[in-house]
Design a protein around this ligand. Structure first.
Ligand code: TYD
Length: 207
């Protein structure tokens, strides 16, 4: 089972992912946690370039770098893991991030990006995608509280994040069977309860 977590920067994905890993391991699943861009040696190099504020990348070049990192992650990490018994792979972002950030935010086109995504992933699609929805103000205040230097993407203007968020809403409609919107504006426990409920519905076997 492949589960992806999506959301704009500061949506609380990392915290929720860490709790999900601990919970699923306690249920006896073989859990792998990885992230995009990155998750492999080649992918981490690509990540450094993508997030470096000094990188000047055209939208298509940016998309293809995310895609290269993704293809490597699928082949090197995800497919081998998913062949194991009782395996669950959790990914901090997957192809939907390109659909909304590059297709929506960078205006490359939702359909165009989704078509390339199929090739990049060899048609591997998450069984479940949890979209943690927060508004721009919440995202910014959480980021500020974290106190880290903004990366290249985080330096984007407010309008960019608003169009990414709209693209996420459309994604929930277009892929209603797979993508679940979770209201991530609440406290950690409230959000985690929703995450658990969404995953519990899909678990193939309950131990
Ligand atoms: P990261 O530090 O992982 O952000 P977060 O903690 O919010 O997930 O940086 C990844 C950045 O790259 C993030 O701003 C979203 C962006 N991104 C894309 O634009 N397209 C993609 O396909 C992916 C995977 C990420």
């Amino acid at each position: 089972m492949l589960i992806s977590f999506e959301g704009i920067d500061g949506s609380g994905k990392s915290t929720q992912l860490a709790r999900t890993v601990a919970w699923l391991k306690s249920l006896g699943y073989d859990v792998l946690l990885t992230r995009e861009p990155g998750g492999t040696a080649a992918g981490e190099q690509i990540r450094a370039q993508l997030l470096d504020p000094r990188s000047h990348l055209s939208p298509r070049a940016e998309f293809l770098l995310y895609s290269a990192s993704r293809a490597q992650l699928v082949d090197e990490v995800l497919l081998p893991h998913l062949r194991k018994p009782r395996a669950i792979a959790l990914v901090d972002r997957f192809a939907d991030s390109s659909t909304v950030y590059q297709g929506g935010g960078r205006e490359l086109g939702i359909e165009e990006v989704e078509a390339v995504n199929m090739f990049v992933t060899g048609n591997l699609s998450p069984d479940l995608t949890l979209y943690l929805d927060v508004d721009y103000a919440t995202s910014v205040s959480r980021r500020e509280r974290a106190g880290s230097e903004p990366d290249r993407l985080e330096r984007s203007p407010r309008e960019f994040f608003e169009s990414v968020r709209e693209a996420y809403w459309e994604l929930c409609e277009r892929h209603a069977a797979r993508v679940r919107r979770i209201d991530a504006s609440g406290d950690e426990d409230t959000v985690f309860a929703q995450v658990q409920a969404a995953i519990a519905e899909r678990l193939p076997v309950k131990p």
